[in-house]
Write a protein that binds this ligand. Structure first.
Ligand code: GDP
Length: 356
């Protein structure tokens, strides 16, 4: 499955956030015998549609889609030169599908900042710089070979153009992602900054509702998405029952926990979407890439479903809720039979027909 690597300078609240994420671990809650990796948090993507489906189908349990967050320890200045944990750090990021930077914005004289002052802009730059330098090294190593190959192969010529363009962007201090370059022709280089980014600003409580402040931080990271939360409060929220948590959230002017927002944004940043299945046993959200076809979606449940795919009976979530049941949806002509070329839509409630 796709993973999001969590990075950030020391003392910005990464561990606090990650502990909160792992306490929310869906695997731990639903699969008691699953092997839980200490540095991976499998977080459910809250989906109120599952509650409704479970009601309609009388499902015993609800299984949301999940996002895997990986705690990547040890960014240090000089990581790109292989200092300290540098090499391991870069290797771990390379394996991630998106990069989530935790940025300290909270002010607390008791928590030392590694650079002596709280400055989200400088911290972002510090981390970007290490990633950019690592990518420049990758490019410098690969480019001579690619240029040689390009004399013989037309496809490689296009790669060289893309790589040289990326090099310019990086030399100017920008990331491939923020510059909006097409990652596709760069894929074989596995550049770190070509991955999608998202940013968690660990803020003080009053900053949570300070729209002007938040806009100024968003501007620092656009077009990446920014999430504002207080890691300490998040770790307290997960200890509370739903009613208490809601009360605390409302007292802070928040609609949902920061962790829930993080799960949603992370899921979106990875380019994923869900479709839904439901029955008496479970109501479940399954994860697919945007643009997946019906047989590909079936393959997420079981490879045999994909191989033997015949068709999919699909009712959109809104139609199902309006009709109240699948038979009623069929009677009203709201159930569609879709074939192997059908591109899945978010919120499709599906039953697959397949040969075994
Ligand atoms: P890491 O080094 O990035 O993993 O940071 P930690 O999660 O260990 O946090 C460093 C220190 O900052 C700890 O003492 C935390 O309790 C504290 N801390 C984390 N988040 C917050 C926050 O939102 N507000 C305040 N005031 N302190 C925090």
């Amino acid at each position: 499955s796709l993973t999001i690597g969590i990075v950030g300078l020391p003392n910005v609240g990464k561990s606090t956030l990650f502990n909160a994420l792992t306490k929310n671990d869906v695997l731990a809650a639903n699969y008691p015998f699953a092997t839980i990796e200490p540095n991976v948090g499998v977080v459910g993507v809250p989906d109120p549609r599952l509650d409704k489906l479970a009601e309609v189908f009388g499902s015993q349990r609800k299984l949301p889609a999940t996002v895997d967050f990986v705690d990547i320890a040890g960014i240090v200045r000089g990581a790109s030169e292989g200092q300290g944990l540098g090499n391991k750090f870069l290797a771990n990021i390379r394996e991630s599908d998106a990069i989530c930077q935790v940025i300290r914005a909270f002010n607390d004289p008791d928590v030392v900042h590694v650079d002596g002052k709280v400055s989200p802009k400088d911290d972002i730059e510090t981390i970007h710089t290490e990633l950019i330098l690592a990518d420049l090294q990758t490019i410098e190593k690969a480019l001579p070979r690619l240029q040689k190959e390009a004399r013989l192969k037309k496809e490689t010529a296009a790669t060289v153009v893309a790589v040289e363009q990326a090099q310019k962007v990086l030399e100017a201090g920008d990331t491939v992602f923020h510059a909006g370059l097409d990652p596709e022709p760069l894929r074989e280089l596995h550049l770190l900054t070509a991955k999608p980014f998202l940013y968690v600003f660990n803020v003080d409580e009053d900053e949570l509702v300070d729209e002007e402040f938040k806009d100024s931080q968003r501007a620092l990271v656009a077009p990446a998405e920014a999430i504002f939360l207080n890691a300490k409060i998040e770790s307290e929220l997960i200890e509370l029952d739903d009613a208490e948590a809601l009360e605390l959230l409302q007292s802070m002017g928040q609609e949902e926990p920061g962790l829930a927002t993080l799960a949603h944004v992370g899921f979106r940043t990875l380019g994923l979407q869900t479709y839904l299945t439901a029955g008496p046993k479970e109501a479940r959200a399954w994860t697919i890439r945007k643009g997946a076809t019906a047989p590909e979606a079936a393959g997420v449940i079981h490879t045999d479903f994909q191989k033997g795919f015949i068709k999919a009976e699909i009712v959109s979530y809104d139609d199902l809720v309006e009709c109240g049941s699948i038979p009623e949806a069929r009677a009203k002509g709201k159930a569609r039979m879709e074939g192997k070329d059908y591109v899945m839509q978010d919120g499709d409630v599906v039953e697959f027909r397949f040969n075994v």
